[in-house]
Design a protein around this ligand. Sequence first.
Ligand code: ADP
Length: 289
Amino acid sequence: MSIVVEHLSHIYLEGTPMAKVALRDVNLIIEDGEFVGLIGHTGSGKSTLVQHLNGLLMPTSGKVYVDGVDLTDKHTSLRAIRQKVGMVFQYPEHQLFGETVYEDVAFGPRNAGLGEQEVEARVKEALGMVGLDYDALKDHSPFELSGGQKRRVAIAGVLAMRPAVLILDEPTAGLDPEGSADILGKIQALHRAGRVTVIMITHSMEDVARMATRLIVMEHGGVVFDGPPREVFAQVDRLKEMGLGVPQVTELMHELHSRGLPVQTNILTLDEAEAELVRALELRRNGTV
Ligand code: ADP
């Protein structure tokens, strides 16, 4: 299932003195199975863009197609689209409302008209996907849970619809390092198992370097870079200019390189850095360089 964005522009409050161009001529094709990291300074248009992918916002001009279906066509069922393209907003736990964890996660499937047996199967499956124990937690109030658990329940509510595409807007915002690592681990496992295409907005360059297969960088409502993380992070100077960074380990390798150590700079993870340092130090020890 692909998502195609063609010449998409969005102007908030068009025709008023407060009009604000939030997207300008964005063109993208997102294919099945990708893990897209969406980065950019606050206000660059990331949230506005993703809200077009399931019809929460409509283009001022341009088109969005999901699985070949034109979202701007007034005959398109946006309800069906939203089942295929699931959206996890920032701080999704603020939208929990069910009396129990079960009721909360069951809301979407029930609303879609599924029978109770299927609803139960979906709730079990979705809680399992986010690493929560169904039997232990189903009857608890979501409000009794820890911050990280609440967020997982909220994500499970989206997964219970079995979306083909999962969009997450800063899924680890406000969580401690352990809670963040847990959530990201679950998202990565879902992606690796081939269950979802992922589009993740984040400010963590480390996270996208490790997880994303593709990085889209936005600035002033437009896409400035779109490619594999290794290629995008090679644009260190431009990214810094935009107020973004590169992973710390990439930055370190650039620093060592500029001080004369013969290391490659296109390094994204600690493991890669370790191997590269060993290689460079061997070269130096052997007197090759
Ligand atoms: P990001 O997600 O990258 O922080 P947004 O998509 O939220 O960026 O915002 C893009 C631009 O649109 C910003 O200038 C922001 O102020 C503006 N904007 C966002 N939402 C609204 C809105 N509901 N009404 C008016 N302007 C908005």
